[in-house]
Design a protein around this ligand. Structure first.
Ligand code: FE2
Ligand code: FE2
Length: 268
């Protein structure tokens, strides 16, 4: 594993201006309104780490959306469905920028090491193109993005500071389309998938769910009262409780309705 520091940059000038024209709403958020002198060092540290990790998660999601897009093109999925997915990598890069800027406003990003060659898990290249695309859609959208919508909405509701609320509100708006995408795909692909394909997809979904559940165990939740403005929104005890409920209602149940039953693959 080649470990590198997760650092980001902007080119500026004409390129940044073009990017800003694509997403003018980012610069309109109330940047510069976080008064860090109001918070304890402990709360700020947790919040900086949280938003740095959020930026990294968005960065990984951008790679996952791009890999899924390539697989959908290879599988000759319906053109309008592919077109819908082309805006997702851009959305995710915007999310990366907003989360990273929040970390900077809280006092600077926390050091985070990562392996740039191991950002996402690719499907077995020997699988048929459609099944590779379906696997990526199921793992990244039916599990990943579908789960993130209720989580982000919950965090948006809980956010106490206007800047944090504005960033989460922007992300929630984009993610609504991301969360629907997996189900649109399965409605199209449903009749093309064999029973063996569905078993493969159930296994992949189950492994992804298990990996997410495992991450929750590592969260040592702050009591909500320790961070009343929810600067470090992902560390709260209520976040983990909401995540458990949402996994059932927003991921496992709709997957089953689409003929993908993960029950046999879930870790107890
Ligand atoms: Fe995102
Ligand atoms: Fe997303």
């Amino acid at each position: 594993m080649a470990s590198e520091l997760f650092e980001l940059s902007m080119l500026g000038g004409a390129v940044e201006r073009r990017y800003r024209r694509l997403r003018p709403e980012v610069d309109r958020l109330p940047w510069g309104t976080l008064d860090v002198t109001k918070y304890s060092a402990a709360v700020l540290n947790v919040a900086r780490t949280t938003w740095t990790e959020a930026a990294f998660q968005e960065h990984r999601t951008a790679a996952a959306c791009a890999a899924t897009l390539k697989a959908l093109i290879a599988a000759r999925a319906p053109l309008d469905l592919i077109a819908m997915a082309t805006r997702f990598p851009l959305d995710e890069m915007v999310h990366v920028e907003m989360c990273a800027r929040l970390a900077m406003e809280l006092g600077g990003g926390a050091p985070l090491e990562h392996d740039p060659l191991d950002l996402i898990r690719e499907p077995d290249p020997k699988l048929p193109a459609l099944l590779q695309a379906a696997e990526l859609v199921v793992r990244n959208f039916c599990v990943g993005e579908a789960l993130s919508i209720p989580m982000l909405r919950g965090s948006w509701h809980a956010a106490g500071h206007p800047l944090i609320k504005a960033v989460l509100g922007r992300i929630v708006k984009d993610e609504a389309a991301h969360g629907q995408f997996g189900w649109f795909f399965l409605e199209w692909a449903g009749e093309l998938l064999t029973d063996a394909d569905r078993t493969h997809l159930a296994q992949q979904a189950g492994l992804t769910i298990n990996a997410v559940t495992e991450r929750w165990k590592q969260i040592k939740p702050l009591e909500d009262s320790q961070d009343p403005e929810r600067l470090g929104w992902m560390e709260s005890a209520s976040y983990v409780a909401l995540a458990r409920r949402s996994m059932q209602t927003s991921v496992i149940a709709p997957l089953k309705r689409h003929g993908i039953d993960v029950a046999a693959w879930l870790a107890s």
